[in-house]
Design a protein around this ligand. Structure first.
Ligand code: ADP
Length: 505
């Protein structure tokens, strides 16, 4: 548990916050005088011994330095304790390090410098950090609770827990007390090296921080650019008739229910046509235009996922849709769930019947739920589905004509650096001859972009880390980049016979 005591902007220490928000307040306890950690009578003695020793031989035994009260050694480090610093106290560095490693999640910032103060008497491991607000925190690196005595109150500090500390607080490790001071009794700055080991990671950490920050700033800009503008009908090319139909059948009934009180509204649609013609794209745009919830499913996946529980799952799906009306359920590869089966296929027939029952509920309740099944293979659909009024509208999504190709080309090349020498007319003609779908057109434009990068050596510069911003800003896609993209598309089309098996208008 860690409670930030800051309650206002001037970073004043609000001691009372600690008391209010900290759960485990024991009864008031004052620090017993006789348990003071250090026998202060020895202090002057020790200091002068160390001083003499340093001034003389410039070396001193660790044992001697350790006789300096821990509170003073700690306070001396506190005098120069910055954000990014970590102080570890423990019997030996190895155990302290291990304990700190496990509590690394408590660190609020990158560690640039670490200091280790060896001390046996304290009987445990402690970590100290300065948090970004400028306050100090102690981290309990012990497997058991320690106590923090502050303003005559005692607080529990669980293992692996951190808590802010103030001047005059006392940490209690099973009876060993450590007082928090801002400065040591005597200036120890000259001896710091002798009672603590310091590690400086600044050289390795700073470039790393720069890298991370640059990445963050770069992705900030990317986010801004990429902020997904919702797909709308303006992003669909060459399907005007279909869009017009969907507006009248779905969007207007959702927007103007008062106009549809005496009209039977159709809730089930089948979109059919070759792959890549934009069936999914259009359904998504439709949901956005209608400001409706969009649930996208794939028939093939449902078939394999919902085995045995199909009926219950279909019911749950429709319930969810009804709860979030208006809602568009889009089922791609609809033929996988609603394909024609022989009458022996009890399971398949059950699913189809279940879908039809749920659809008739939607019709009867006049819910704002619209189910769009998409298929490349209309003929494969169960006639119980296609003939019933439940999926009453069958809409073809055909390959685009020349005009449509032109529009789709414009949509997908809108933000591309096209050279002026590119002839749109020529490309449109070639795409039409190749019977390219919307998805193909998008693919070819992106391939042309990639080919251009290859030609201009941009990928190479990315690899060599020599890419300049001007390389991108001055780059243009040339006709030859399109030639290459169209050529390789046409080859793959011939090889793969891209028309779906069984596709029949
Ligand atoms: P389908 O569902 O018919 O197989 P998709 O909707 O998945 O086709 O099409 C894939 C991608 O191709 C879409 O996300 C879109 O970017 C692009 N696309 C397809 N058809 C069109 C179109 N008519 N207008 C604009 N882009 C299209």
């Amino acid at each position: 548990m860690r409670i930030n005591p800051i309650t206002n902007n001037n970073f004043s220490y609000a001691k009372s916050t600690k008391q209010k928000s900290f759960g485990n307040i024991h009864s008031d306890v004052s620090v017993p005088e006789e348990r003071n950690l250090i026998n202060l009578n020895h202090l002057n003695n020790t200091y002068s011994q160390v001083g003499i020793n340093f001034k003389g031989a410039q070396n001193t035994s660790l044992a001697l330095v350790q006789q300096l009260p821990l509170e003073d050694r700690l306070a001396s480090l506190f005098q120069n304790f910055m954000i990014g610093d970590l102080i570890l106290i423990g019997k030996d560095l190895k155990t302290a390090k291990k304990a700190m490693y496990q509590s690394a999640g408590l660190l609020k910032n990158v560690i640039k410098r670490a200091f280790f103060i060896p001390d046996e008497k304290i009987g445990g491991n402690l970590g100290f950090i300065t948090i970004p607000t400028g306050e100090r925190e102690v981290i309990n690196l012990n497997p058991e609770k320690i106590n923090l005595i502050s303003n005559n109150k005692t607080y529990d500090l669980d293992p692996n827990d951190s808590f802010y500390i103030l001047k005059d607080d006392v940490l209690d490790l099973k009876g060993n007390l450590l007082k928090i001071k801002d400065e040591p009794k005597t200036d120890l700055s000259f001896f710091r090296k002798n009672f603590s080991t310091s590690f400086n990671f600044e050289n390795s950490v700073t470039p790393e921080i720069e890298k991370i920050n640059k990445k963050a700033i770069a992705s900030l800009a990317a986010d801004e650019k990429k902020r997904p503008s919702k797909v709308t009908f303006a992003d669909v090319g060459g399907q005007e008739k279909l869009i017009d139909e969907l507006k009248k059948s779905i969007i207007y009934p959702i927007r103007y229910p008062q106009g549809y009180q005496n009209i039977d509204v159709n809730h089930g649609f089948i979109l059919y046509g070759p792959p890549g013609t934009g069936k999914t794209h259009i359904a998504r745009a439709l949901a956005n235009e209608a400001d409706a919830e969009f649930i996208q499913l794939n028939g093939l996946e449902l078939e394999s996922k919902w085995v045995g529980e199909s009926e219950a799952n279909w019911r749950a799906l429709f319930d969810t849709a009804k709860e979030s009306q208006p809602c568009v359920i889009f089922i791609d590869e609809f033929d996988a769930v609603a394909r024609s089966r022989d009458s022996q296929d009890e399971y398949g027939n059950k699913v189809v019947n279940q879908i039809l029952t749920l659809m008739s509920d939607i019709d009867n309740e006049a819910s704002d739920v619209y189910v769009i099944g998409a298929t490349n293979n209309f003929k494969a659909l169960d006639s119980a589905i296609t003939r019933s009024g439940r999926f009453g509208k069958h809409l073809e999504v055909a390959l685009p004509d020349k005009e449509g190709i032109g529009k789709i080309y414009d949509i997908h090349s809108k933000n591309k650096p096209l050279d002026e020498s590119i002839s749109k007319e020529d490309i449109v003609k070639r795409l039409f001859d190749l019977k390219a779908s919307g998805a193909d057109i998008r693919y070819i434009i992106n391939e042309a972009h990639n080919n251009g990068y290859e030609r201009a050596g941009i990928f190479e510069k990315m690899e060599n880390k020599t890419l300049k911003d001007s390389d991108i800003s001055e780059f243009k896609i040339l006709p030859e980049d399109f030639d290459k993209a169209i050529e390789s598309f046409s080859k793959s089309k011939n090889i793969n016979k891209r028309n779906p098996i069984g596709y029949n208008k």
